[in-house]
Design a protein around this ligand. Structure first.
Ligand SMILES: [Ca+2]
Ligand SMILES: [Ca+2]
Length: 189
């Protein structure tokens, strides 16, 4: 009895911990452009974050006006957390571009940024110590893992978030584990 309880409780505990650890923001719509935004708290590199957003029909957030920047930071940003955005100068040092090809006109750099610190920062983020201002971070100096914000230009289809994927995988594992456990028990009898 205690054994079967463990089989049930351990995955539930792991699932709960997973959900708490990756408490993504809600997905919100900005009425001015109709786009949707969500912060994902699974820490990952800029390139992986970009790929993830593309996989869910979005792109890393491109903040092309003060209004969009403020809305996104206030609603899905979080001070104290580093968050990747969809800008880079990896192609040509100092020549910043949005990954969508939108014009690079509005900027909101933090004090003394971008500094390409130690000749090696090519990716855009909300830096944890700034309230909605930008910093350059990432390769080629080092490849840090940050949270990130995806932007959907149209109503997103219902895709599971990373946390929900974790839940789905754990439920499947729980099912397989339970069948295995019960079969072994039956064999033991
Ligand atoms: Ca945008
Ligand atoms: Ca920097």
């Amino acid at each position: 009895m205690i054994g079967s309880l463990k089989v049930l409780l351990i995955p539930l505990f792991i699932t709960f911990t997973w959900q708490t650890a990756f408490a993504n923001s809600a997905r919100v719509q900005y009425s001015v452009n109709g786009h949707y935004y969500q912060r994902f708290d699974t820490l990952t590199t800029w390139s992986s974050a970009r790929t993830y957003c593309e996989g869910v029909g979005a792109h890393l957030a491109t903040l092309t006006s003060q209004g969009e920047n403020n809305f996104v930071f206030q609603n899905v940003g979080q001070q104290g957390v580093n968050i990747w955005l969809g800008g880079s100068d990896a192609n040509s040092e100092g020549n910043w571009q949005w990954i969508t090809g939108e014009p690079w006109s509005y900027t909101n750099w933090g004090p003394n940024q971008p500094d390409d610190y130690s000749s090696g920062q090519d990716y855009l983020c909300f830096w944890e110590n700034y309230a909605g201002q930008w910093d350059d971070q990432g390769l080629p100096l080092w490849d840090p893992a940050f949270a990130f914000i995806c932007e959907w230009e149209q109503q997103p289809t219902a895709v599971p978030t990373m946390g929900e994927w974790g839940m789905i995988i754990l439920i499947v594992l729980l099912g397989i584990g339970s069948v295995y456990y019960l079969r072994r028990r039956r064999l033991a009898i």
